[in-house]
Design a protein around this ligand. Structure first.
Ligand code: PGA
Length: 253
């Protein structure tokens, strides 16, 4: 059966009081969320520890980190490690978001190490891929996205890749209000699934979660999530509003 996954990426938004208010609202809504949806929120790292305490015993939602480093500990000022995240009970970690690739020069090699480090500690990576507008226009977008996947994920074992959630996020659709059409998104999702199946076997391909990101909102989530190979969404802007996040999380048929 198709997985249903909705993850909120709060990015570097909200001060602590605003973030606590948003969490409080989500908790108030907890009985309204479709219980069969794997619900994840990724607040700024700074708030993870307090959120983990508040959500202790809540199994309707999990916490994810927006970023993490490749090693357990050491002299890496400003970084946070998967083992530290694990010690707070964090279950997911975003890797390779286009903003990290672009503004922090994260490359294939680093991303593949980050994925492995998270898996090593039992966290599920939410691995982002996606093309810029000029790549889309030049018509080599399929090869571009496949290269991102192959370069950072194909060194994994089959039982490891099953734990990875792949987020296809066309960069031209992130925060722009411009969403990929359901057909455009489905095309790449299907391609990713078939490539994973070819490399790791049909069962793994069927089980791996592939979600869409890029201006996913309450008014387009239903159509996107109805596509055969779209297992949900990685939500940026709309995850900062509890009503919108709830509506998106309940957009599966
Ligand atoms: P957006 O961001 O929903 O604001 O477009 C998605 C993302 O970057 O994960």
């Amino acid at each position: 059966m198709k997985r249903k996954i909705v993850a909120g990426n709060w990015k570097m938004n909200l001060n602590y009081n605003e973030a606590k208010d948003l969490l409080k609202k989500l908790i108030e809504y907890k009985d309204k969320f479709d219980t069969t949806t794997e619900l994840i929120i990724c607040p700024p790292t700074l708030y993870l520890s307090a959120f983990a305490e508040v959500l202790n015993g809540h199994d309707w939602v999990s916490l994810g980190a927006q970023n993490s480093y490749t090693v357990d500990n050491g002299a890496f000022t400003g970084e946070v490690s998967p083992s530290q995240l694990k010690s707070l009970g964090i279950k997911y970690g975003i890797v390779g978001h286009s903003e990290r690739r672009e503004f922090f020069n994260e490359d294939y090699t680093l991303l593949s190490k980050k994925v492995k480090a998270l898996l090593h500690h039992g966290l599920s990576p939410i691995f982002c891929c996606g093309e810029q507008l000029q790549v889309r226009d030049s018509n080599v977008y399929k090869e571009f996205v496949m290269k991102q996947i192959e370069a950072s994920l194909f060194g994994l074992k089959a039982d490891e890749i099953e734990k990875v959630i792949i987020a296809y996020e066309p960069i031209w659709a992130i925060g722009t209000g411009k969403t990929a059409t359901a057909e455009q998104a489905q095309e790449i999702h299907a391609l990713i699934r078939s490539r994973i199946s070819k490399e790791f076997g049909e069962k793994v391909g069927a089980n791996v979660g592939i979600i869409y990101g890029g201006s996913c909102k309450p008014d387009n989530a239903k159509e996107l999530f109805a596509q055969k190979d779209i297992d949900g969404g990685l939500i940026g802007g709309a995850s900062l509003n509890a009503d919108d996040f709830l509506a998106i999380a309940n957009s599966f048929e």
